[in-house]
Design a protein around this ligand. Structure first.
Ligand code: 4AD
Ligand code: MG
Length: 431
């Protein structure tokens, strides 16, 4: 009989089954031994009594050490809490006995120590819960886009040019071709792809040599870029709103237990419903100044501004039409105000701040060339991108989310470093 997964045992009450996993905790009261087992799919208690276990297995059990890998069998029964289950232990076997000094104990550890031990820290219940929520967010994203005819397009990681700011590029020597850069976003390539497939999204690691040491910044993170031909700024906002609602809905449906483990305020997530709050940049600046910020009329919002602003609302907030001067070269100007662009940042509530950046793209050849020159970007390297405005240019828009920003917000984490399995920060490259 193959071993079951802990998540499957509820439909096996009364049956004798086998499980395999890791001993995350145990205690003994002389003749009874309580083993806490986790197997990746869940956690369960196995109750052994000296009377019911072969003597040598009982002996082994009493030598057990935390995080040893084990195989057990027993009869499934309902636990004390309604809806909980446990096993009446019938056999116990060690796959590998861990030494006594498992580095992560029950006492409080500092963040640096835990990050050094990230390869083991991932096993702890909180970290396990975060990765499960992350997985739901990824799957909800694929589901949403597949239902709406967006094709998954894989964009390159090694690139000859910058997509976002040139100051945040990771650079390397590339054979005889000069410099190559790690991608900051797949957007520009996705723009080419939608002129073929109409609607597309990518999902992959991107890199920013950000000098910022904040609770929101990683140097390597996972971005999902989406792009659609013939979509304008309004349509772009609508897609973002629908996507974020879908993601939160799926997490609420699939990860109640994980959210409970994380002590996440679920009521706050239940309020994530359309329509989101919508402010122009000018309105946001007005509100921020009234709240005590010294932001200027044409300034970008800083991290603190985003925190102050989003604490005012219980839904995500679109801030749209930023000054062109603080945004990327490819954004289309607002026909109503040429100093501004048809863009949006989507800010998560409860102080979390920016999770999405998006815009309508400049689709006019001459305008785009002007911007490339204004930004002193290498014209030749952008020839192919300009070609998209030569051969059947169409209005088009898109956006990108930072997966870790979404995970941090939805899980209610204090810092982005817990949202990714192996965080890369300016001062951390290991493990
Ligand atoms: O706002 P950004 O820079 O937008 C772009 O890269 C566009 N090309 C996307 C597009 O239109 N297709 O980055 C998008 C998102 C941000 O909103 C944020 O959530 C996340 O990526 N992000 C980061 N996440 C973690 N660490 C960092 N250093 C991040 N920088 C951006
Ligand atoms: Mg941004």
């Amino acid at each position: 009989m193959p071993a079951l997964r802990i998540e499957e045992i509820s439909s096996h009450v009364g049956e004798k089954i086998e499980l395999q996993g890791w001993a995350y905790n145990f205690r003994s009261s002389g003749k009874i031994f309580f083993l806490q087992l986790r197997d990746g799919s869940g956690r369960v208690q196995i109750v052994y009594s000296a009377a019911n276990l072969p003597a040598e297995q009982w002996e082994l059990l009493n030598k057990l050490r935390i995080e040893s890998s084990v195989r057990v069998s027993g009869t499934v029964k309902e636990g004390r809490q309604p809806g909980s289950f446990e096993l009446d232990g019938a056999s116990f076997e060690v796959v590998q006995m861990a030494p006594e000094d498992y580095p992560i104990g029950k006492k409080e550890h500092g963040p640096d120590f835990l990050l050094d031990m990230r390869h083991l820290w991932l096993r702890s219940e909180r970290q396990w819960a975060i990765q499960r929520v992350r997985n739901t967010i990824i799957n909800a994203t694929f589901a949403y886009f597949n239902e709406r005819g967006f094709i998954k397009i894989d964009t390159p990681i090694l690139t000859p040019t910058a997509c976002e700011g040139t100051t945040e590029l990771f650079e390397m020597d590339y054979f005889d071709l000069g410099k190559a850069y790690l991608a900051q976003s797949g957007q520009l390539y996705l723009e080419a792809a939608v002129m073929s497939v109409g609607r597309a999204f990518d999902f992959g690691p991107v890199f920013r040599a950000e000098k910022s040491k904040t609770r929101r910044h990683l140097t390597e993170f996972w971005m999902m870029d989406a792009e659609a031909a013939f979509a304008d700024h309004e349509q772009n906002l609508k897609t973002q709103e629908e996507l974020v609602c879908r993601i939160v809905k799926d997490v609420l449906a699939k990860n109640r237990a994980e959210l409970a483990t994380l002590e996440r305020d679920v009521a706050a997530l239940e309020k994530v419903q359309a329509p989101f709050v919508r402010l122009t940049h000018a309105e946001a600046v007005g509100k921020l100044r009234a709240l005590g910020s010294d932001i200027g009329p044409l300034d970008d919002l800083g991290g603190d501004d985003e925190t102050i602003l989003t604490k005012q609302y219980d839904r995500p907030v679109f801030v749209e039409k930023y000054p062109a001067a603080v945004k990327a070269f490819y954004m289309k100007r607002d026909p109503a105000d040429p100093l501004r662009v048809l863009n949006d940042d989507l800010l998560a509530p409860e102080g979390y701040g920016e999770v999405i950046g998006g815009s309508q793209r400049e689709d006019d050849y001459d305008e785009l060339l002007k911007r490339i020159r204004e930004h002193q970007l290498p014209e030749e390297a952008f020839r192919w991108y300009l070609d998209l405005r030569t051969y059947g240019s169409v209005p088009h828009s898109g956006f990108g989310y930072g997966l870790e920003r979404l995970v941090t917000w939805i899980c209610g984490l204090p810092h982005v470093r817990e949202s990714i399995p192996f965080p890369r920060l300016i001062n951390r490259l290991t493990p």
